[in-house]
Design a protein around this ligand. Sequence first.
Ligand code: APR
Ligand code: PHB
Length: 393
Amino acid sequence: MRTQVGIIGSGPAGLLLAQLLHQHGIETVILERQSREHVEARIRAGVLEQGTVRLLREAGVGERMDREGIIHQGLSLAFSGRRERIDLHHFSGGSTVMIYGQTEVTRDLIEARLKAGGLLEYEAPAIAVENFLEGQPRIIYQKNGQRYELLCDFVAGCDGYHGVSRQSVPPDKLRLFEKIYPFGWLGILSDTPPVNEELIYANHARGFALCSMRSHTRSRYYVQCSLDDKVENWSDDAFWAELRRRLPEETAANLITGPRLEMSIAPLRSFVAEPMRFGQLFLAGDAAHIMPPTGAKGLNLAASDVFYLSRALIAYYGEKRTDLLDRYSEACLRRVWKAIRFSWWFTTTMHKFDDDPINHRLQLAELDYLTGSTAARMSFAENYVGLPFEKFE
Ligand code: APR
Ligand code: PHB
């Protein structure tokens, strides 16, 4: 089989790229290792930066998001028994974020792909990416036990951290950066009304907690846990009790609890692979970078990578330009590293790393300064709502 752009992975990066290229008549094939049911069942974060919202609307998949999504103009930081709201809209100069689950984004993009008649092969794992440095790339994949070859002009490696794309790059051409955090996030999903209309990030002596949501009737909560903790160690009641301990009294008193729909533990790491382009192979999204979910940047960086890659490929096929392809990696990584920095700063400010009392005092001083300083709140707000995409045309 042959196509113009072979895309490995039907997560947000792969699906959004396919949709934007389709709008410009560029043919793609998406190869996905898992089943559609598996992909659509993933529970992921739900905070969309404004750049991501604009890109989804441009891709023609913003209708349900605009109908069901919830616009947030602020969030709260809880510490020292206090709850301090940060007016993101005011301190960012008018930006907001949209609460709309990644699960829903993925479903909307899959629907659009199938409606457009685009090829989306499920249970079709790519097992190798070859010949992308010499100029005639091919993806070797499996389907129903048979091996197939997809010839393409370009390969978009949108196959996440564990994908085959990055692993197909000769190791001497890759620079890898990684930071493992000494804790995880224990998350619960419940059909209960959120404890607060906006998100609450809590720093407590017992550890971090986060109050988030998927809708006005479905909540998502997290508590920091140890790396060797297990979901089976936690009853629903135990989770709710621990969450209450880490929230200010008034907030804890308003918490409405219920049975879990899902409970899981996620590790926290920062990871970057440089560069993000190797000949005709381009990495995008989690295939190239991972960061702690504290800053809710994962999906949004996948979107900004796709913003740059789609523009570069559209310029190539439309005007035979290669300059944007050449600038892709540098443009992505400038935004990636700033998001990694913010996620690292927010993670180190909000989580318990050890029992040394001075470290907690330093965190509380940081939060006391942040919530009282106009300059600090402007810096926090512009990072949280998402730094602008650079001019790329
Ligand atoms: N062949 C085909 N598909 C593969 C392969 C392979 N060898 N390896 C992985 N995949 C698929 C995965 O099954 C997954 O559906 O690639 C897809 C990658 O999607 P994501 O991991 O969601 O990555 P991305 O699209 O970059 O989106 C990043 O998703 O995981 C979250 O927190 C992350 O919010 C961030 C966002
Ligand atoms: C979520 O709703 O899952 C969520 C929200 C904000 C974060 C991380 C996760 O920073």
